[in-house]
Design a protein. Sequence first.
Length: 333
Amino acid sequence: MPAEIQRPSDKPSYFLISVSTRENLDLCTKYGLAGFPSGESGAWTYCEIQEGDFVSFLHGAKAHNLYQVREKEALKSADSLPPWKPLFFEESGTTYSFPFRLHLQLNRKFIEPVVRTEFFYVAENLLLRGGYRKTHFQADQTTLQSVSEMGFVSRDPLETLILPDHNTFSLRFTRSKELISKPETFRFRETILQSAIRRHLTSETNLQAMLTQLELTNVGASELEILGEKPLPQGHIDLLLKQRVPLGSSLKIPMEVKTDKGQTEDLAQLRAYMDELQGECPGGVLIAFDFSKQTVAKAPEAGIRLIRYALGADLKTAVTFDEIQKSLSLTRM
């Protein structure tokens, strides 16, 4: 039996990973391996999913198996490394390899349609997005609990993929155009900041500190979970704070994230999300590096709290996602 995986927390996240072809799905399940393309979406997904998290593969409107992430690595010269062939897109003329990889441990075997009630959270995201168009979808803890009872337990060893001699690299991000060198160094974008904030708030200590700043004293951090990119008819919530196990009602707090200055139009967008969530939403949160004077003045009447983020990591250089996340701080205005 494989050695027990050291989880980064007692409350791992659960993701469904989109797989483009049946051939690629067969390779993923054969080797217990997930791979993400060499563009920005692949780099973002690689940051989102951490060791100890759970994943399933999504292909043909069906979820395949339940795995736990045991190791991550980014490979140099991935275009010449198995098992996946590089992807060529005619529209852009761009070829993508698969340098960003997750090594997985198989927990349960199943093939289940996502139209099942248990996959409602993910199916709703797929419907509102008009299809996959995304490398991964995060599901909530209720979904993870359900899939943990699907199919049957399997601890069978998976086939080992033998790679030729190769080197790895540490994925980095920067604000300096001169330092960008894909797929090793990407521009620092909002999606990476969103992921860093989500990972920061998976810590109960950090989440409780933020709840205290927001004066939300009627709920504890242990009762909540933080999820990324929740689609609504009005758009996509960057982060959603919600109850892990709703009882009678389901508290939801949408969060909008901006890398630079928060503006009044961000308040309007967030207010639209809050109205869609109706009575289950006690307020919204706008997170930014700074805010315009009008934003500060109008936020209270909109029921929105303002949070400043700060990073100790120097984005004028090239820094890793871990350096970004560990240096992050959140302070209410």
